[in-house]
Design a protein around this ligand. Structure first.
Ligand code: DC
Length: 231
């Protein structure tokens, strides 16, 4: 059976990565979390003094771009790939609030996006990939055979992230997370380069009132329909 490309875009903390990773596992595709790549660049910038508070020295980061190498390694324990920055595992460090607060600034830079998009396209060259992000169906893989656009209410998304951080033992305040979710929605939708927008041919899903099992089932159906169409 011919493999296809699956693009899952949508707002932050909608459960895109859960959905994408579960589907990839079931159908034997590679899963790529494109947001993790922007987070890794942000962590690098933070650790190399490109930030003064939330103020970014853009030229400093531009000159460092060639020193940043991002890769993924499948972790059988979690069932998903861990993110590596210059061969060091950074999976937990890229998920902190400090990184979440700064990542939109980094993800809005054209030179960062050009580099990340090129790497993402290379990951998907052979098809058989499920990639989640903001611009996968519009910019990275405009020809993807299956495109999903995922959304849920900001409050529900903040609650999910709050529980996720708590479970990891990280300090979190619900209100702070809710503010961060709303602010990132705004920045993601209003940035100049590749803003978050639903691709014309994407299937919309609001999963506010769905369980993970229900959304996985829904996605599997979408996949089967697309595969049927092609065979
Ligand atoms: O999905 P996430 O929350 O881990 O993404 C982190 C940030 O990266 C988010 O603020 C939006 C940005 N991003 C992007 O601009 N384009 C992508 N393809 C993926 C993420």
């Amino acid at each position: 059976m011919k493999k296809i490309t699956i693009a899952i875009d949508g707002f932050s903390s909608c459960g895109k990565s859960t959905m994408a990773k579960d589907l990839a596992k079931k159908i034997g595709y590679v899963y790529v979390d494109s947001g993790a790549m922007y987070r890794a660049v942000t962590l690098y910038a933070m650790e190399h003094d490109c930030f003064n508070g939330n103020q970014l020295d853009v030229e400093k980061l531009r000159n460092m771009m060639n020193d940043i190498s991002i890769s993924f390694q499948f972790n059988p324990e979690t069932g998903k790939p861990d993110t590596y920055l210059n061969n060091k595992k950074v999976e937990d460090r890229i998920r902190t609030m400090e990184v979440s607060e700064r990542v939109s600034i980094v993800a809005a830079l054209d030179f960062v996006r050009t580099e990340m998009v090129a790497q993402q396209q290379a990951f998907g060259k052979e098809k058989g990939v499920v990639m989640d992000g903001r611009d996968i169906g519009t910019t990275v893989f405009p020809d993807a055979e299956l495109k999903i656009f995922l959304t849920a209410s900001p409050e529900i998304r903040a609650q999910r992230r709050y529980e996720e951080l708590k479970a990891k033992g990280q300090d979190a305040s619900f209100n702070e997370i809710l503010e961060n979710v709303k602010e990132r929605d705004y920045l993601d939708m209003h940035r100049e380069v590749s803003p978050l927008v639903q691709a014309k041919d994407a299937v919309l899903l609001d999963n506010s009132n769905m369980t993970i099992e229900q959304q996985n089932e829904w996605l599997m159906k979408q996949f089967e329909l697309r595969i049927e169409d092609r065979n």
